[in-house]
Design a protein around this ligand. Sequence first.
Ligand code: DOR
Length: 437
Amino acid sequence: MFDLLLKGGICLTPSGRAELDVGISGGRITALGALDSGQAKAVFDAKGLHVLPGVIDPQCHFREPGLTHKEDLGSGSASAAMGGVTTFFEMPNTHPNTDSAEQLAWKVARAKETSWTDFGFFIGATNENADTLGSLETLEGCAGIKMFCGSSTGTLLVDKPENQRRVMKSGHRRIACHSEDEARLQERKGLFAGRGVDAHPEWRDEECAVKSTRGLMTLARETNRRLHVLHVTTAGEVPLLAANKDLITFEVCPQHLTLAAPECYERLGSLAQMNPPIRDARHQAALWEAIRLGLVDVLGSDHAPHTLEEKQKPWPASPSGMPGVQTLVPLMLDHVKAGRLTLERFVDLTSAGPARVFGMRRKGRLVPGYDADFTLVDLQARRTITNEWSRSKCGWTPFDGMQVTGWPMATLVRGNIVMRDGALQGTACGQPVQFDV
Ligand code: DOR
């Protein structure tokens, strides 16, 4: 007897696409094939839908503790579930920073109470904890270490190569890096006085990212440490990353694939401001080419909400970051519809990719024995992304008014239906992801 049967959907399995029924028991996939509805306590009619392995968003800022006027683990994970995301990894630049066992345990306990989806948390590297990270990275619910090499929102920063080297020598899991060169950021900060937000990508320019990534590659090789470069934005970094694939994985964000300068700054002002910045069409084309070639390992939203009031401050006082966990799936399905990537490549980037990069157990594949996490999508549905649809506490999305083809119709987390037809369902049931550590 199955707890739930997904009937008649087109499943994206490692062997390809096929119309298969999915039998779910005890939160796991237990059978795939032509299955009898009589053998199930409940049946979900998935006819006309594509059943994807649950989408994993490995870069979210959910702001709890300390910044809960922008977001919290409940609202952020609700936004994830609404957008078809079944697991998120959350970033350590909260108040206080997640830089100790105590702070990690606090987040894990809080998320067990309030999260709609499964989760993992990054521990922030600091100059102070650099030598002890090896014992922190294996704790329950830890997705790994995050190192801010250039300053962004918050106070986390490890900018000196000697300290970055200490971080890389401590522990063994893949380190997620925000790669912008702090010295260059500080040197050039004063050059744009009187300018508006359109200067953001000039200040935090291509060389800023390339210089930092080049330095990281050198240190990774010296210490033989695996790194993951978050939100890659420049044409110049792609060949560097490609030449170091034995040690380096990397992420691209949907907003860098969808928005481009100068148009985004003219239309959206500081709502388009984030770090590293949205750049011009040349960089966007290089990122698409990296996706096409199979170089990009994962997509991440870098969901980084700030209130509209905060965003209205004049640049550079306006904070960097935009929400994105809820729009990742619709935006990328629209790109699938436009022929920019295949649905299979999308699955590789959002399920199999993150599971491989971060060593997640039982996640990322539609296979018996794996967790029953699914993103059910209608590839033909034409919908408009709106601020009203957004469940993020910040209440806005840079994609308000954009019409897309392809939409998440249901989100299942270990067999629990948490979103169906645009409404949350059931209760918050999230659990920490288990990792190979
Ligand atoms: O734009 C950004 N916002 N980039 C980051 O690295 C941090 C994030 C935030 O937390 O606001």
